[in-house]
Design a protein around this ligand. Structure first.
Ligand SMILES: Cc1cc2nc3c(=O)[nH]c(=O)nc-3n(C[C@H](O)[C@H](O)[C@H](O)COP(=O)(O)OP(=O)(O)OC[C@H]3O[C@@H](n4cnc5c(N)ncnc54)[C@H](O)[C@@H]3O)c2cc1C
Length: 260
């Protein structure tokens, strides 16, 4: 929201003034990004607050009404727009397959990725609840799904060849959190479970951009991401005002309605 309003302001559209936008982030857990390290949580909170976001941690939403949220402490926050992003759940049909599932509808699997109920049914990625260590489970993240896919391919072969299956060991290669795109408040961090390298600011943004290009490369092959990179480089953030852009494009001197 803050980024979008700044960009609109840069075009000369002042109806949405970022100075008057008030963004509240309400998190029930004691800290933001509870799945990541405390250092990332703290830095993310500081960055968000420096962008003007009011962060409420340890605060559950009790009630959501059209123009207000009521928290567990009875605080009323007036709102124009509510965005609900409180966790993920696998599709309900997974609970109807006759396999045991957890409260997130994920299929309970062993470390071999075999369902706990049937050794010939495998599950991986977000739809699987795979144990990790004594009391944790593998997080629903892209790198976990990617690593599990590789192991599953091997385990399926082993299963057909009647060889022992291998256990899944999740390796956390770190996390990058994008907090904004266009200006200096953009902050990206990387940390691994052990003694990871902590990145922020420009370096983290470059790491994030490289990761993004690597994903494009693995999906599309080299030519398309190469062209996309070139286009991005040739198209810097436009500095022209909204009126100038309109005149240039259409020769009009009155701004067109944003929504027709
Ligand atoms: C907004 C968002 C941001 C995220 N950001 C990150 C991040 O920064 N880093 C990170 O590591 N992880 C991130 N994740 C998590 C990551 O996307 C998932 O952990 C990862 O995609 C899981 O891979 P998967 O193959 O298990 O499932 P998916 O990638 O979800 O693939 C499942 C596929 O199955 C298809 N499907 C569903 N139901 C059916 C059906 N009945 N029949 C046939 N096909 C079906 C779906 O359309 C989908 O294509 C994010 C997730 C979300 C939602």
């Amino acid at each position: 929201m803050l980024d979008a309003s700044r960009l609109l302001n840069a075009y000369g559209v002042t109806a949405v003034d970022h100075q008057t936008i008030s963004v509240h982030l309400i998190e029930a857990a004691p800290r933001l990004l509870p799945g990541l390290s405390e250092r990332i949580s703290q830095t993310a909170q500081q960055e968000l607050e420096s962008m003007g976001v009011t962060v409420h941690v340890g605060t559950a939403v009790q009630e959501a009404q059209e123009y207000q949220l009521v928290t567990g402490d009875g605080e009323v926050i007036e709102t124009d727009l509510n965005v609900w992003a409180a966790g993920i759940k696998a599709p309900p049909f997974l609970t109807e397959l006759g396999l045991s599932t957890n409260k997130r509808n994920q299929i309970n699997v062993k470390q071999t990725l075999q369902s706990v109920d049937d050794p010939y049914i495998f599950a991986m990625g977000d739809c699987a609840c795979c144990p990790q260590g004594s009391d944790a489970t593998v997080p629903p993240r892209a790198q976990a799904a990617h690593q599990q896919a590789k192991l599953l391919a091997k385990n399926l072969e082993h299963c057909l060849d009647k060889k022992p299956l291998r256990d899944f060991q999740y390796r956390d290669h770190g996390s990058l959190v994008s907090l904004a795109r266009y200006d200096a408040v953009g902050n990206l961090m990387r940390s691994s479970a052990s003694r990871g390298l902590f990145l922020e600011g420009w370096l983290a943004r470059q790491a994030y951009a490289s990761l993004y290009r690597m994903h494009q490369l693995s999906i599309h092959g080299a030519p398309k991401p190469g062209l996309a990179w070139l286009v991005d480089k040739l198209e810097p953030l436009p500095q022209a005002t909204y009126e100038t852009a309109l005149k240039t494009c259409k020769g009009r001197d009155q701004p067109a309605p944003l929504v027709s």
